[in-house]
Each structure stands twice: as C-alpha cells, then as structure tokens.
Design a protein around this ligand. Sequence first.
Ligand code: FE
Length: 211
Amino acid sequence: MKVHNRVPAMPHDHHDHDNHLDPMDARVRALETILVQKGLVDPAAVDAIIETYAHKVGPQNGAAVVARAWSEPAFADWLARDATAAVGAMGFTGRQGEHVKAVFNAPGLHHVIVCTLCSCYPWSLLGLPPVWYKSPAYRSRVVIEPRAVLAEFGLVLPEATQLRVWDSTAELRYLVVPMRPEGTEGWTPEQLAELVTRESMIGTGLARVPA
Ligand code: FE
C-alpha cells in the first residue's frame, strides 16, 4: 500500500445534500442523525467545532510557533523544555492540544510524528489532521520503514541522517520544529512563518526554501 502524499481536500460541508455519498459519509450522517434525534448531540455544537478547526485553527498556529522559535533563542529554549507552556503563552491551547512536546530537527537528525493507535494530532497547532495521517498505511509503515514513507512524500534525507519517529497519544502530542532554511537572515517572524508548512511540522516535509 502506498501512502497518499497529496494534500487532501478538507472534509466537505456535512450539510451538503450530495446524492453520491461514499459509504463512510453515509455512515457518519446516519450516526449523526441518530445522535441528534436522541438529543445526545447538538448539531449547532458539531458545526461550531468543525467551523473552528476547518477555518480558524490550522497550521498557521504551529507556523507562528516555529517562526518565533527560529527568531528568539529564549523562546526556542522554553519550547524545548516545556512546549505546553510556551505554546499556551501564544494562546494555542485547547482541545486535542493540552499537552505538547516539541522536537527539533537538526543537521543529522530528523523527527516524524504519527499516531499508530488512531489519529492523535496537535489540533490546536495544526488544525485537523490530513486524511493520510489517519490512514492505516501511514500509521503502520512509518514506524517500520520511515525512509521509504518519507520518500513517497518526496522527502529524501541523507543516509547518515538519523530518523526518530514519535508515537502520539491522547495524553501527549508532538510538534516537529523544522530547521530554519538558509538565506533567511533578517527575516521577520511573519515572513518566516510563510515557509513553515504543515508537512514540515509533522516531519513528512521540510520548511520551504526561499525563492
Ligand atoms: Fe490517536
């Protein structure tokens, strides 16, 4: 099985009345209908959560953290020691991001995150996880053959680079801090944040190189 490395589309609006539902969508809608009918779930609350994580919380939060760590050594130290507090100080705490550990890439060392059990992911920093992150193929293969999986994402690292794969849990989620690209001396944090991709903070990619 291959891990799909295309950036997947966001889940479509779940009030879209699409006549061509795939079986998973149909099951999700049936389940939501039952939960709403039984009064267990308020559809407005579900919509608010989806709206928040689809549009308001996303990889731009993690990118701001990384850019600040690149810009302020004291912040980088704090992030390394206590990421939960450091990202909390920037306002990025909340559901699925209560406890965070930041792992820093360095020359010869590259970190990758996964949740082998399910799909734990730092929502408050990266938004909703991409579809491939939740796929059985990614979850099982990245721990067994990380180099091959990264190559499928277009990321080929030197043989001498050590790979560390971190298995997220409901208790602790990880943020990869990619290496700062060369040629960015004097850049503002806002400019630097533009280089920080979601994949670079999962470890399936690197930060963008300035044009
Ligand atoms: Fe999980």
